[in-house]
Design a protein around this ligand. Structure first.
Ligand SMILES: NC(=O)c1ccc[n+]([C@@H]2O[C@H](COP(=O)([O-])OP(=O)(O)OC[C@H]3O[C@@H](n4cnc5c(N)ncnc54)[C@H](OP(=O)(O)O)[C@@H]3O)[C@@H](O)[C@H]2O)c1
Length: 254
C-alpha cells in the first residue's frame, strides 16, 4: 500500500461497526492489519468502539496508530476521555477535537500533552460544510497538523477552501465518509465501468477517487465485514485515477 504523511493511505473508521463487540473488533482489526492498514479512527462518540479497539489491539499495538478524538464541551470531561484513551491505547498518535466542540478550550491542555510527547499530532474534524469557516480559523492558528473532513463525489465542499489551506499550511488531510456513510456504495455501476477503471469493486473506485487527489493523506472507510475491509485496502495502491477516470466515477456516484 502507498504511504503518505500519515502512513499507509487506507485506514479504518470505527463508527457504527463493532461498538462493544470485542470479538467483531478483533476480526475487523486483524483483517485491516493483515491488509496493510495502520491508522484506526475512533471517538468517545462511537459507543464502546474505543474500548473494543484497545482490547482487540492487545499485543499488536506497535503495528497500529490510533487517531481518536475528544468530544465534549467540558475540559474536565475531555481530560477524563483522554485518561481512558491512555488506559486503552497507552498513547494517542493523532488526537482530534471532534466536530470542533469547545476547540478553543481543549487546544491548550492538548498542546501541553503534545509538547510532553504523549500525543503525536493534534487535529480537528467536522462533518458539516456549515462549520468549514470555523475549521479554517482553527487551522490558521497553526496548532493543528491534521484535518478530517468528508470527501466523496457527492460531498466536495472541502475542495473550495480547506484543501488548498491545508496544502498551504502543510496540514495532513484525513478523509471521512468516502462512501457517503454507505449511501454511495448501494448502487454500483455496470461491470464495464469498473473494468474501465481497473478496479474490482465500486467501493475501491470511490476510495481511489479520493486518493487520486494528492492533497489527501489518508482515507478511513468503515466496515464491520472483514472481507470488505480486505477488499477496500486493495484500493490503496497506484495507479491513481486521471481526470477522465475521476469524471467517470462522478457520473455514476448517486
Ligand atoms: N465528525 C467526525 O469526526 C466524523 C464524522 C463521520 C465519520 N467519521 C469517521 O469516518 C469514518 C468513515 O465514515 P462513515 O463510517 O460515516 O462512512 P463510510 O466509511 O463512508 O461508509 C461506511 C458504510 O459503508 C459500508 N461499506 C464499507 N465497505 C463496503 C464495501 N466494500 N461494499 C459495500 N459497502 C461497504 C459499511 O457497511 P458494512 O459495515 O456493512 O460493510 C458502512 O455502512 C467513520 O467510521 C469515523 O471513523 C468522523
Amino acid at each position: 500500500m502507498e504511504e503518505r504523511r500519515l502512513g499507509p493511505v487506507i485506514g479504518l473508521g470505527t463508527w457504527n461497526t463493532f461498538d462493544r463487540d470485542t470479538a467483531r473488533a478483533r476480526e475487523v482489526l486483524t483483517a485491516a492489519l493483515e491488509a496493510g492498514c495502520r491508522v484506526f479512527d475512533s471517538s468517545p462518540m462511537y459507543g464502546g468502539a474505543e474500548h473494543s479497539l484497545g482490547a482487540a489491539l492487545e499485543c499488536r499495538r506497535d503495528g497500529a496508530e490510533i487517531a481518536t478524538k475528544i468530544w465534549t464541551p467540558s475540559v474536565d470531561e475531555g481530560r477524563a476521555q483522554y485518561a481512558d484513551q491512555l488506559r486503552w491505547f497507552g498513547r494517542v498518535e493523532i488526537e482530534q477535537i471532534h466536530n470542533l466542540v469547545s476547540w478553543r478550550e481543549h487546544v491548550h491542555w492538548l498542546a501541553g500533552e503534545h509538547e510532553a510527547g504523549r500525543i503525536g499530532r493534534l487535529g480537528v474534524t467536522h462533518y458539516s460544510p456549515s462549520a468549514f469557516g470555523e475549521l479554517a480559523r482553527a487551522l490558521r492558528t497553526r496548532r493543528f497538523t491534521t484535518l478530517q473532513v468528508p470527501l466523496n463525489p457527492r460531498e466536495r465542499e472541502c475542495e473550495r477552501e480547506l484543501l488548498p489551506l491545508a496544502a498551504e499550511l502543510g496540514i495532513a488531510v484525513i478523509v471521512m465518509r468516502p462512501f457517503g456513510a454507505g449511501r454511495l456504495v448501494r448502487r454500483p455501476p455496470p461491470a464495464e465501468v469498473l473494468e474501465e477503471l481497473g478496479v474490482a469493486t465500486w467501493a475501491q473506485a470511490l476510495l481511489k477517487w479520493a486518493l487520486s487527489d494528492e492533497r489527501v493523506d489518508l482515507v478511513i472507510p468503515a466496515s464491520r465485514d472483514p472481507e470488505r475491509v480486505r477488499s477496500n485496502a486493495e484500493a490503496g495502491a497506484p495507479p491513481w485515477f486521471d481526470a477522465e477516470q475521476r469524471a467517470l466515477v462522478e457520473r455514476f456516484a448517486r
